[in-house]
Design a protein around this ligand. Structure first.
Ligand code: GLN
Length: 308
């Protein structure tokens, strides 16, 4: 079996490597300065075996792939219903950084767009900003199975240029979604986006979700099983932003992308798939990441509606 999967990963890798479409994120200099053709595809199984290819150990910032992890910690800290009062679970069909709330519910439409992610960050427990960030960092580290750290240069650039996210934070404050200082929630969000990961880390994060919240290598629990179901549900409907419909029809797996070039997909009970390739499409999703997941889903028949 391992040889078959290794062979398939090699084939999909070679196919996608030829694709040089898309552009690097350039809203901060650090993201525009990465090697554009860097590429890795990793699969981690729910029993802890990791298949690696390409630049599996190159670090890049997690960016929006942090959103489901923070949402999970907010659910653990506050409970499902208290979080649901603040953040809905409906796909938005809008770009990830849209300054919008649902006009009827006056809540962010889901936790995978920035409005919902900043609201989720505001719900993380901790005595002060340092303690809240440390809880997030430790939580992400449990998913990855190693100590993750902040990329300070990216964080400083995010904080210096993030006026749109600040606008979202203040909008949330004015609608009572954020109870106190919106700047603190936005700053925590900038920091969570600036945590460095590798493609291997992302695959293990996916495998942890696939394994019902327990890291399959360290056997540490990152998230309770009932919350895993909620997190994977919103990843399915909202994880690829306004490309979520295309993604579900073509790949059919819960997933999350980030503008750092990462994509993480989960086959519950089985595997986490991760791709790193920083050229992005118009939605902000990695071009090769989407392509590689589509090919793997087709070849391994991973679509959740596939009947054999
Ligand atoms: N830091 C980015 C932002 O908030 C993350 C967005 C993303 O990865 N889609 O704009």
């Amino acid at each position: 079996m391992r040889n078959v999967v290794d062979g398939l990963i090699g084939e999909v890798f070679a196919l996608c490597q030829e694709n040089r479409a898309g552009e690097l994120a350039d809203y901060i200099p650090e993201l525009a300065a990465v090697a554009p053709d860097s590429f890795s595809l990793c699969i981690a199984t729910s029993d802890g075996y990791v298949y690696e290819s390409g630049d599996a150990h190159t670090e890049f910032t997690i960016q929006s792939i942090s959103k489901p992890l923070t949402y999970g910690l907010a659910l653990a800290d506050r409970g499902l219903s208290a979080v649901a009062e603040k953040i809905d679970v409906e796909p938005s069909g809008e770009p990830f950084n849209e300054i919008s709330l649902d006009p009827v519910t006056e809540r962010p439409r889901n936790p995978m767009i920035n409005a919902g992610a900043i609201a989720a960050a505001s719900l993380i427990d901790g005595d002060d900003p340092e303690a809240r960030f440390e809880r997030l960092r430790r939580c992400y580290s449990r998913y990855a199975g190693r100590e993750l750290s902040l990329n300070d240069a990216v964080y400083r650039s995010e904080a210096r240029t993030g006026h749109r996210n600040r606008a979202i934070g203040h909008m949330l404050r004015s609608f009572g979604i954020i109870a106190d200082d919106p700047e603190a929630a936005v700053d925590l969000y900038f920091r969570q986006c600036s945590i460095d990961v590798t493609c291997r880390d992302l695959a293990l994060m996916g495998a942890t979700l696939a394994n019902n919240g327990v890291n399959p290598v360290t056997h540490e629990r990152a998230l309770a099983p009932d919350l895993v179901e909620r997190v994977l549900s919103v990843m399915t409907t909202c994880g690829m932003y306004d490309a979520a419909g295309d993604w579900v029809t073509q790949v059919g797996l819960p997933a999350k992308s980030g503008v750092g070039g990462g994509v993480l997909a989960v086959l519950p009970g089985q595997i986490g798939i991760a791709v790193y390739s920083p050229r992005l499409d118009a939605h902000g999703n990695s071009v090769r990441g989407v392509q590689a997941c589509r090919e793997l889903s087709k070849e391994l028949e991973l679509h959740f509606l596939h009947v054999t």
